[in-house]
Design a protein around this ligand. Structure first.
Ligand code: NI
Length: 167
């Protein structure tokens, strides 16, 4: 197991579109384990492979308080969605930035599990929001890109300031 380096916005690699996983191999299972470890250590509630510079359709999520409800979604596809949820989101690739984003409140997702078997996941509330946020990463979209240009400019300013403080 290993902790992976998480890309920070506005790194261009966060805009790459992930490819479908052709087969769930041991290499993918190792990636999933390392992603889960990285997410728990951060700590965060979701991580997409794109964020660790692996451009394949793999997501890990755990929205439980007990951190023992790991969900692995390989090649996820939303087959239906409904309702509206406006909730505050954050992202491990955009530290210390939070913003209210509008999403569906319910999603039905089809994905492969770690054994390569297809399953269906019904989600609402926080889990539904998290799935949509992570699936956006797989198509190269970061949540702040839903905000107005003015807000995005402010966020980029804040990030530049954070980076100056680190150096
Ligand atoms: Ni994120």
């Amino acid at each position: 197991m290993a902790l992976l380096k998480i890309l920070r916005y506005p790194d261009e690699r966060l805009h790459r579109v992930a490819a479908k996983v052709p087969e769930v191999t041991d290499e993918i299972r190792t990636l999933v384990h390392n992603m889960a470890e990285t997410m728990y250590a951060a700590p965060g509630i979701g991580l997409a492979a794109t964020q660790v510079d692996v451009h394949q359709r793999v997501i890990v999520i755990d929205v439980s308080d007990s951190h023992d409800q790991l969900q692995v979604l390989i090649n996820p596809e939303i087959t239906s969605s409904s309702g509206v949820s406006d909730s505050e989101e954050g992202c491990l690739s955009v530290p210390e930035v939070f913003a209210k984003i509008r999403r569906a409140d319910y999603v039905l997702v089809k994905a492969l599990n770690i054994h390569g078997d297809q399953y269906v996941l019904e989600a609402n509330g926080l889990l539904a929001v998290c799935i949509q946020h992570e699936m956006d990463h797989l198509i190269g979209k970061v949540f702040v890109e839903y905000l107005s240009q003015l807000k995005q400019t402010r966020i980029l300013g804040k990030i530049k300031k954070q980076q100056r403080n680190i150096m």
